[in-house]
Write a protein that binds this ligand. Structure first.
Ligand code: ADP
Length: 305
C-alpha cells in the first residue's frame, strides 16, 4: 500500500503559540482520511504544512513522496486543495476562475470539468461576489477536483451545501478513491467527516488525541447505562471501576458512561439490589465530546444528541 502523506513529530509554533505539537499520521493511497477537531485545534496549520506554505518548527512531512517545502510546484500540480476560507477574485465569474486555473495547470480534462460543473449545478456566469457562500463553494470544489489530482486536501468542503449536494459530494469522493486517488478531509463537524471517511484522526490543542477507523471509534464509544435503586446510593463503587464514568447520581438513579465491559458495573448494581436498568448503544457524538473535552458533563452529553 503506497504512502501518500507521512507526518512525523510535526510541530509549528508562532511566537509562543504552539499551533501544532508532535503530530504524526500516515495516509495511504485510495483512502479517505478525516482530520477532525474544534476551531483553533491546529487543522489549518497542519494543512499549510502539508502544502509547503509553512516551514515546520520541527518534524517531518512527506506528501506524494516529496518534501512539500522543496517541491512546491510539483506538489501543487498533483494536489487539489479546497481552503476553508476560499479566496476568489470578486469581479471574475466562475468560468473565468476555471479557465485561469486550467491555463496554469495545463492538463485539464475539459469533459470531466464540465461534468463536475453539471453535478454541482455550479453558476459560472455571474461575478463570484454576487454568489452565495454555497455557490462559491461549488466553484471551489470544481477547482479542487477538475485536474483529477492524486491527492485532494479539502478543508470543510461541504460548508454551505444543501443536503442533496452533500450527497453528491460524498459520491464524488467515493469515485475518486475508487480510482486509487486519495482524499484528506478536514472539518470541525463530525457529521461532515463520518459519512465519508475510512479512518480519522482527532486533533485537540495541537495534538492528535486518537487515530482510528470510524468503526473502531464506534466500538470504543461510550454506552450510557442508567440504574434505578429503591434508595439513594453512593456512586463511589461505580466511579472506581475502569472504563466507567459517573454522569449523574441523584434520588436512587445513577447514569454511567461505559467504555469497557459491562460486567463489573452490572455486578456492583446487582450487589446494591438495582430495581431497573436501561442502556443506550454507543454514539459517536458522545465519543467525539469525550475527546473534545476530557470529562463531558451530563448536560454536554445530552446537548450533543
Ligand atoms: P484550526 O484550523 O483547527 O481552526 P489553526 O491551525 O488555524 O486551527 O490554529 C491553531 C492555533 O494556532 C490557534 O491557536 C491559532 O490562533 C494559532 N495560529 C494559527 N495561525 C497562526 C499565525 N499565523 N500566527 C499566530 N498564531 C496562529
Amino acid at each position: 500500500m503506497s504512502v501518500v502523506i507521512e507526518v512525523e513529530g510535526l510541530s509549528k509554533t508562532f511566537g509562543n503559540v504552539r499551533a501544532v505539537s508532535d503530530v504524526g499520521f500516515t495516509v495511504t493511497a485510495g483512502e479517505v482520511f478525516g482530520f477532525l477537531g474544534p476551531n483553533g485545534a491546529g487543522k489549518s496549520t497542519t494543512i499549510r504544512l502539508l502544502l509547503g506554505l509553512y516551514h515546520a518548527t520541527s518534524g517531518r512531512v512527506s506528501v506524494l513522496g516529496r518534501d512539500p517545502t522543496r517541491d512546491v510546484v510539483a506538489i501543487h500540480r498533483r494536489v487539489g486543495y479546497l481552503p476553508g476560507e476560499l479566496a476568489l477574485y470578486p469581479k471574475l465569474t466562475g468560468r473565468q476562475h476555471l479557465d485561469f486555473a486550467a491555463r496554469v495547470r495545463g492538463e485539464v480534462d475539459h469533459a470531466y470539468r464540465d461534468r463536475l460543473v453539471d453535478r454541482f449545478s455550479a453558476e459560472l456566469d455571474r461575478p463570484v461576489r454576487t454568489l452565495s457562500k454555497g455557490n462559491r463553494q461549488k466553484i471551489g470544489l470544481v477547482l479542487a477536483f477538475m485536474h483529477r489530482p492524486d491527492l485532494l486536501i479539502l478543508d470543510e468542503p461541504t460548508a454551505g451545501l444543501d443536503p442533496l449536494l452533500q450527497e453528491e459530494f460524498a459520491r464524488l469522493v467515493r469515485e475518486t478513491v475508487a480510482e486509487g486517488r486519495t482524499v484528506f478531509l478536514s472539518s470541525h463537524e463530525l457529521d461532515e467527516v463520518q459519512r465519508v471517511v475510512d479512518r480519522l484522526a482527532i486533533i485537540k490543542d495541537g495534538k492528535i488525541v486518537v487515530t482510528d477507523t470510524v468503526e473502531g471509534l464506534r466500538r470504543a464509544a461510550p454506552r450510557t447505562v442508567e440504574f434505578t435503586f429503591a434508595h439513594p446510593i453512593d456512586p463511589a463503587a461505580f466511579a472506581e471501576l475502569d472504563g466507567v464514568h459517573v454522569l449523574s447520581s441523584a434520588d436512587g438513579r445513577v447514569r454511567l458512561a461505559l467504555t469497557g465491559p459491562a460486567g463489573p458495573a452490572l455486578r456492583v448494581a446487582a450487589d446494591l439490589d438495582a430495581l431497573d436498568v436501561t442502556a443506550r448503544s454507543a454514539d459517536l457524538d458522545e465519543l467525539f465530546l469525550t475527546y473534545y473535552r476530557e470529562h463531558p458533563t451530563e448536560r454536554e452529553v445530552r446537548d450533543a444528541r
